[in-house]
Design a binder for this molecule. Structure first.
Ligand code: ADP
Ligand code: MG
Length: 225
């Protein structure tokens, strides 16, 4: 499956037979005409489990670009609720985390995997109730995630398959660098890491060096007209 093939067909029908039919059904229910450029360019690599740095301006559809492969890969791994956390998505703000959570809930409509929003400002007791049930996809802000990761009775990520650093430029702007470094130390190394950002500056590159495998694939639509 290459970029041309993805772009050439309308709707997400080119993913037929390539992703789980229940996931495709939810994706098609969103009624988008076709994938955006960043979705088309990054999906093939992400479905293969590669680490990538994805750069595309705000509003270009980066959320679906990572959520679709994240969910598809967990299904392929045979993940069920009892396997616990398979993916952590880090977002810079509660609002962005909430938006991502809403999209992931839609994608999981027909799939027996769980997702939860774990962000600052909520009661920790509420988080703990959710986490004790086992959450497959956690969408979180760094401070709150770290709080829970430091207490392994509540959250272990032993089965983690994927980490997403979303809006990486903003994650760093918001001063989360230290939290993220600590989080990386607590997560298993054997995982896929996906970094998406509107811009790639030297700080984002340094974060990528720390979090991603060496020589990640770089996908950008920022130079396109
Ligand atoms: P980004 O993270 O790049 O800023 P988002 O993932 O938040 O962008 O998406 C921006 C908007 O584009 C959202 O309203 C989303 O519903 C919409 N969108 C996502 N994918 C597509 C698509 N393939 N076609 C049209 N609109 C899309
Ligand atoms: Mg985004």
């Amino acid at each position: 499956m290459d970029v041309k093939e993805i772009i050439s067909k309308s709707s997400f029908s080119m993913l037929e037979g390539k992703i789980n039919p229940k996931l495709l059904e939810s994706l098609n229910a969103m009624n988008y005409e076709k994938p955006t450029r960043i979705q088309a360019k990054s999906l093939p690599y992400l479905l293969m489990g590669k680490d990538i740095i994805g750069a595309a301006k705000t509003g270009s559809g980066k959320t679906l670009a990572f959520l679709v492969p994240v969910i598809e890969n967990l299904i392929k791994y045979g993940f069920t609720r009892k396997h616990g956390t398979g993916c952590v998505v880090l977002s810079p703000t509660r609002e962005l985390a909430l938006q991502t959570f809403q999209v992931s809930k839609k994608l999981l409509t027909h799939i027996d995997l769980s997702c939860a929003l774990i962000v600052g400002g909520e009661k920790k007791a509420k988080d703990i109730m959710k986490l004790k049930k086992g959450i497959n996809v956690i969408i979180s802000t760094p401070g709150r995630l770290l709080d829970h990761l430091e207490n392994p009775e509540i959250l272990t990520c032993n089965n983690l398959k994927c980490l997403v650093l979303d809006e990486a430029d903003k994650l760093l702007e918001t001063g989360f660098e230290k939290h993220i470094t600590q989080i990386l130390n607590l997560l298993p190394d054997k995982r896929q890491t996906i970094l998406f950002s509107a811009t790639i500056d030297s700080k984002v590159k340094n974060l990528a060096k720390l979090a991603l495998k060496s020589n990640p694939i770089v996908v950008s639509t920022n130079d396109e007209k």
